[in-house]
Every structure is written in C-alpha cells, then in structure tokens.
Design a protein around this ligand. Sequence first.
Ligand code: IVH
Length: 669
Amino acid sequence: MDKPAAERRISELRNQINHHNWRYYVEDQPEISDADYDKLFHELVKLEEQFPDLASADSPTRRVGAPPLDKFVQVRHRSPMLSLEDAFSEAEILDFDERVKRFLGLPADKDIDYVCEPKMDGLAVELIYENGAFTVGSTRGDGFVGEDVTQNLKTVKTIPLRLNLTHPPQLLELRGEVYLSLAAFQKLNQEREEAGEPPFANPRNAAAGSLRQLDSKITAKRPLSIFCYAPGEATGAEFTSQHGFLTNIPHWGVPANPLARKVANIQEVLAYYREMAAKRDSLPYEIDGVVVKVDSFAIQRELGEKTRSPRWAVAYKFPPRQAITVVERIVPSVGRTGVVTPVAFLRPVEVSGVTVSRATLHNWEELEKKDIREGDTVVVERAGDVIPAVVQVVADQRPKDAAKFPVPQTCPECGSEVVKIPGEVAIRCMGLSCPAQIRESIIHFASRNAMDIDGLGEKYIEQLLRLGLVKNVADLYYLTKDHFMQFERMGDKLADNLLTAIEQSKQRELSRFIYALGIRQVGEHTAKLLAKSFGSMEHLEKTSAEELLSIREIGPQVASSILSFFHNQENLLVIRRLVAAGVKPTVEEKTVGGKFTGRTFVFTGSLTRFSRDEAKRMVENEGGHAAGSVSKKTDYVVAGAEAGSKLDKARELGVQVITEEEFLQLLES
Ligand code: IVH
C-alpha cells in the first residue's frame, strides 16, 4: 500500500473504530462482533507501525476505552488503568517473550516466570480500600478518569465492604473485572426479551449495562461477580509478584480467579492457553482469551509501559466462535405476543462443538441493515450466548437471483393484519385467534419458569391443539385421561403423569401464575413485583393506573399493558375458568424482615418532614407498599396539613390516620 492509500485507510479505520468504541463503551450496545472489532483495530495498529509518521496522539490505538459519562461523578485514577496488547497466534506470543527478554538484555534462551490468567469478558473496575474499608469504586473510563459507581459496586456480593485484615493497609487500590455468569446473562436476556427490551449482545455488555445504572436497586438485582487481578497504588502493603498478589488477596476476602497459574516459561504459557481453550465452553462465565503477565513486579517495573499498554503483559485472544454457512430459508415466526420475527434456517454447521442450524435475526430492521437474503453465505457466531447470530453476509458469494426478503404485511400463520407499533421495532400480528400465538402462549404457560407443568412440552401441546382439545390455557385443566389417550403413542402411565403434573401446577406461587398469563411486558421480575404488591389475583385484576404507577420500577408502558390485559373480557373469562378448575395460586411472603411488610400506606396533604418520594422509599425499604388511593386494603393514611378527600375516605372506611411524626415513630420503633 502506498502512503496516500494508507492515509485514507487509516482515517477510515479511525472513524470506524471511534464509532464502534462509542457503541461498545458508552452505549453498551455494539454493532459488530468483538472479533470484527479486533480485526479493524489490528489493521490500524499494523498500518501505524508501517507508516509511523501517520500515527497521531488522538488515534484510537493510543486510547483506552471511552471517556466517562456525564451522568456519573468522575473519579481520576491515581495511576492510569491501562489496556493490553492483543495477540492471536503462538507466533505473536513467542514474539512477546522475545521482546521482553530483548528489553531486559537477557539471552534468548533464558526462561521467564509468567502468570497466566483467564481473560474475563466483563468490565474493568477499581476498588479503593482506605484503612480496610471500601470507600470508592469506579469504572476504567478512558483509563485516566472513570465513573464513580461506588453504590452499585456495593451491591456486588463478592466485593468485601471491609478487608479481612487486622492491620489493613492505609490505602489499597484493587483492579479487577466485574462480570456476569452465563446463566445470569441468559436469564437477564430472556427477561428483557419478554419485557420487549433489546437483549444484551454478550455478557460483557450486560455486566457493563448493569453496573452503569443510576439506580443501584437495578444493579442489585443483577448477580454480578468480580475477580481482582492487579493492585493499583498501595500504602502500607507490598507485593513482590503477581502470583504472590493473587494468592494473598483471597485471604483478605477478595476474590481472585482460582484458574490463574504461575508457569516457568513461554512454552508453558502456550500449554496453558490450549488448556483454557479446551475448558472455555464448560466454564460458568465467558472468557475471551488468556492474559499473560511477567510474574515479578520488579521486572514489570523495569519493563514499564507504552502509551496504552504495559510491556510486561499481553492478551492472548481466543479465535471467535464463528463459522461460515448458507442461509437456506428465512422464515417469519410468530411469538406468543404476536411479534413476528425473521428466523434464519441455516445449513447445519458446527461452531466450536455445537451444531447450529438456526439463528435469530432479531427484527426486520436488522435483516434490512445486514441485508441477509435466502441463499446467502454468511458468518455465524456464538457469543457466550445460546442463540447464535448472523454476523455478516459474505457479499461476493451471493447467488445472482437472491432477492431481498419482504417484510410480511400479514401474519404468516393466520393471515391477519400485522402492524408496526409506534416506538417499537417489532411488527405484531393483531389476530385474536392466531393459532401461532395460542400455541406459543400455552407453551409459555406450561414452561418451567411459569406453571412448570412437567412433561407437557411443545409436542404434546401441538397435538392437543390439532385435536381441538384445547383452545386456551384454561382448557388444560379440563382434560381427562381419555383425551390424552387419543394421542399417538400414549401409554397409560404417561397419561397419568401428565394429569398429575397438571394437577400439581394448580398451586404454584402467584408470581408464576401472573408470569404464566403472558401479559405483554411482564417478565418474571415484574410478575414478582406484582405478586408482592397485590398479594392476590382479585386485587391485581381491579388495579388502577395510579396504583400500578405507585410501584417503583413500573413505568407507564408496563402499567398500560397490564391494564389492557385485565380490561379484555376474554382474558378475564380465561382466568375465571382457571379458578373454577381449581387453580389457586399460593400467596408469597411479602418482603421479609421489613417493619412494614404487608402494610399499605397512603400519604396525603402537604408533608413537611419528608417529600412524597422519600416517604415512598422509606415504606418500600421496610417491605411495605405506598399506594396512591385509599381503599379497604390501606393500613395507614399519613395525613399532612390540608388533607382533603383521601382523609375523608379513610375516615369513612375506618382506616387508621396518623401524622407525619407518628409515621416516623413507627419507622423507628
Ligand atoms: S490485567 C495493565 N488481567 O482486559 C493490565 N486484565 O484489554 C491490566 N481483563 O482492561 C489488565 N481479565 O478489562 C488483566 N485477568 C485479567 C483480565 C483483564 C480481563 C480485561 C480488563 C482490561 C482488559 C485489557
């Protein structure tokens, strides 16, 4: 490449990388896979090496991460949090070892002690301990200035709030990676999809999105974990080696990855990498490579740092879990809420040990953007996720006659009109009796996290529908053994088991029942909130917008979805028939341990001791419920000056009325 061409390409790459950095670090919603990003980055590094006078201080190759967001208070790191240089092959690792020795003036055949660690796919944070107490926690940000996420980090259960040391150091900075386990990541994405929110692309984005929340209550619900991997500044503590650091901190209560290992030379590094590559798919968290560090801190200091990364460490990345295959068909599929999404049926291909034959294309906009057509050769990738994704089309392999796949105008299953809901990317079938929606809603109702009807899976549900034995979920509870015996290959015992499973599901917890109903935007988490706040179906059915909105975390969209579900006569009829068949959801304990557990408060009049929001928070912190209107269920009305109709209503219903002072006394009693 000549210089003018290199200059153009460098500028193009910088623009692209800056754009992708923004999507990744700021919005936590990347557009391209990590592997594709690495490719762009690597190309830029190589070009800048080849044409050193085209390198510039503001190139993304000189920077780490992205500047902190304004919505957080900023924290300047005492010493910069650097990034790591990547390596993708054994040759690059051997090069790294040679560079280290050359820099130190050591002979090429001298062995160096290294520490190898899994490269966690999460986000880097710094934890500051002053005299043993956790005081400030921040994200890496741009390496110099990060975001203050102390309150959020305090909700991470494995971060000790106090070091387990009798004589803790005056100051100890710990750096580590906050991550989300694969199980938690998949559960979170499932909940998001059910609630109509876009799923996170990978566990890293999920962890970052969870930690960079303004409301730590949301963070607290995400089971984040941490492994610490390096000390920052320290006063009153001395470490001489990486291995010494990693073996010490667990005694102080700080988690370090138990898979980290000290090795005696670069050959052992290569063996460690192969071992981890083989283990990768069975680990409970996502790793994207191995980090190799010179063990001795004295040697690390001697080697020093370059602008964005240290000379004493390297990240040896795993190849992406990608494969190339052909899209045989694109099929619009209808979910239980009527959303019609494109699914790609692929020529089966193995992607790191798993055969992939289907990939979700998420929505029609994505299909359009990536321009995926039937017959296309595509790159598919598994990114720590169960559902593989189509990363991109191999453009020059497109068959001549491949046409764009049209966005359906009618439901592929029932022919009803499909509409695009304003503000959503999804298109939805509006058919009330769409068989696909009915099938999916029954499958959902019986599924493990809902009513958990053991054994009643997709195949049996399809047969029930085909035989016309069920038309909605209530019909399940009116089935008899004779009905099941009409199935192909159905035995006596199997039919009995299915009936028992249906019978047993009659007494599931209320939250499961609410979730099983498949109310749009009500995932497991919201269902739990509703169960806790209302305590019974009767109460929930009669709820009002005001009451729903008084529940923290329930916004206007979710509230309106709940209301329209219960305003639908057909839905109410199904619930009546479920109840008549003996379905009796059990009531869950409300938040345990709080002073106001199970109590409902209404605040009215002008309050002088606290704001309405504070009052609500105080009640909720103690497990109670702050409602907007007075009913028989209200336990206390807290009345300030000039209380009006709510006070009258309380008197009329005989609800206890107390003053603000009395409320505070109750709280402190
Ligand atoms: S050491 C100066 N160790 O990888 C070296 N980093 O690209 C500091 N990471 O910012 C990093 N696991 O977010 C180190 N065991 C590990 C790691 C690790 C994941 C991440 C971390 C860092 C990035 C470097």
